[in-house]
Design a binder for this molecule. Structure first.
Ligand SMILES: [Zn+2]
Length: 199
């Protein structure tokens, strides 16, 4: 399991919070320091990290869209099966989004980040050579949806989002959109929940 890109350390910080496993990051690779598993999501994460056939690649970004598709937390970019039978998955994740999503959905820090990892891994298990999620092409979308739903089932803490897209302003609003005092510190404003895909 590899984390790359400009927000790699932020992603790893959130991942550490999401699990009972004790993890370390070495040259972008996630390794297990102490293999303590309590929940089914811990077990699946451990399996993903130790899996020698499937490599989960988490590419972090600070952008709000991927090829013009809305990026809300993360984007399922599918996977490729190589000639030797191994599989490389790709999930594009914005860790600034995932931490805001945890805050507004009252989920434990790392819950959304972990979801993105598990979703990518499950796509690799169930759907080798999966295309990226694409609402215009149902094959890609259905593969994504299968992995997304299974990842939700693994984590009872996960709270699915409700979102609405405004195609006049090219923005997405995430519900519930109320002001929320994040850990008693800086209030997050309603505008923070509106993701501008032009950026
Ligand atoms: Zn998902």
């Amino acid at each position: 399991m590899i984390i790359s890109g400009p927000s790699r350390n932020n992603a790893f910080f959130q991942l550490k919070n999401s699990t009972n496993l004790r993890l370390k990051l070495k040259n972008g690779e996630i390794l297990i320091k102490v293999g303590r598993t309590v929940t089914s999501s811990d077990k699946m994460l451990q399996q993903a990290i130790l899996d020698e056939k499937i490599t989960v690649n988490i590419a972090t970004t600070t952008k709000n869209n991927v090829d013009g598709m809305a990026l809300i937390g993360g984007y399922f970019a599918g996977n490729k099966k190589l000639e030797d039978g191994s599989i490389n998955t790709l999930q594009i994740v914005n860790p600034e989004h995932t931490s805001v999503l945890d805050a507004i959905m009252f989920t434990r820090s790392g819950t959304y980040l972990l979801h993105e990892l598990l979703e990518s891994y499950i796509g690799g298990i169930d759907s080798p050579n999966a295309p990226p999620a694409d609402t215009n092409h149902m094959d890609g979308y259905n593969v994504y949806l299968n992995a997304h739903n299974k990842a939700i089932d693994l984590d009872p803490h996960f709270q699915p989002l409700k979102t609405s897209y405004n195609n006049l302003t090219n923005t997405t609003t995430i519900f519930p959109k109320y002001s929320y005092d994040y850990r008693g510190d800086t209030p997050i404003k309603v505008n923070d929940y509106i993701i501008d895909h032009n950026k």
